[in-house]
Design a protein. Sequence first.
Length: 409
Amino acid sequence: MNLPSWLACALDPARIMLAQGLTPDPWQRQLLLAPRRHILLNGSRQSGKSSVAAALAVHTAVFQPGSLTLLVSPSLRQSTELFRKVLAGCRSLGQLAGVKTLSQTRLELAHGSRVVSLPAREATVRSYSRVSLLVLDEAARVPDDLYRSLRPMLAVSGGRLFCLSTPFGQRGFFWRAWHDASADWQRVQATWRDCPRISPAFIEAERQSLGDSWVRQEFECSFEALAGLVYPDFAQRCAVDSVPPESAKVGGIDFGYRNPFAAVWGFVAGDGVLWIAGERYGAGQTILEHARALPARVTWYADPAGAQEIAALRQLGFTVRRGGNDLRAGIAAVRARLEAGKLKVLRAGCPRLLEEATRYRYPGHEGDQADAETPVDAHNHALAALRYLTVQLDGDFIRRYRRQTVQGS
């Protein structure tokens, strides 16, 4: 690349795509010239999201000496794919890019700029600071906790945050940020109609094969509710912004170490409403660490499979009883409370419980387990804690449910 072309790329990042033989779509040019620090890209599948992210990363690395660009994706494979597009962009600039060191996940240029690709795990990202550009790929699938741990990396540097994703249901920070008009984001949307490489015939074939809801989410940028939810409209039925001023008296616990430990707690009011006001949620911590965060003078109903954990909590002075482990009966009990208006959950106190309810579903997609009556065993830790508690509180209901099941079999 000659010097005039090099200078043109400095003024117009879209020329980095042109140098690779790619013709930028109008929305891609708009995004690459956007001046805002915080950018949300809500884009169709195969619309060119990663190509525009790579161009922005190359422009930052090449034309901001000493800069640090982080490429964060839900998996190492995804972040590596994005990193390859960054390398292709640098190569298109020729010798003037000045590559100093290169590995499968790290690029350093002669003037000190670095580009690093990482999987979205807190342990891999917390050590970085003074980030010039943070690219969060498939942002709708990145957990809220990780997103919150990433943002402080931009505090000192005043760097830019670029979140790109196809929607993934009505959940998570990406969905909230897209709909929060008060937040300081520049929002760019690119449906399949904004991408000349996707034909109407292909979209119609997808619609016939996979349904309208799938096409609306994957290609038309609509945040669709996840199909087959175990608790549809969970938040709409039970989420509240305040609870009566009573102390916690009952709680449920789902044990885990690599899988998250989850506990929820609250009280039963005189009218029979179960109020859930708080939660504990996290992985990689001992039972003693969790115990320090749990409220005292609560009767806990816990996963009966966790005999050692139950014994440990009892030794620490907690009142812990074995919860009921009938999955389907427990789900029925939680549903009954939802339908009767007898379950209330504090939004500010229980974000993970509410988030799980937007993802816990019955099978119906490729790779799901075969038993269509048993939910997919994922996104259910806080919900399991609620189920253990509800099963014990509503023992009479459970016994009636079991009798009806036996009679109907």
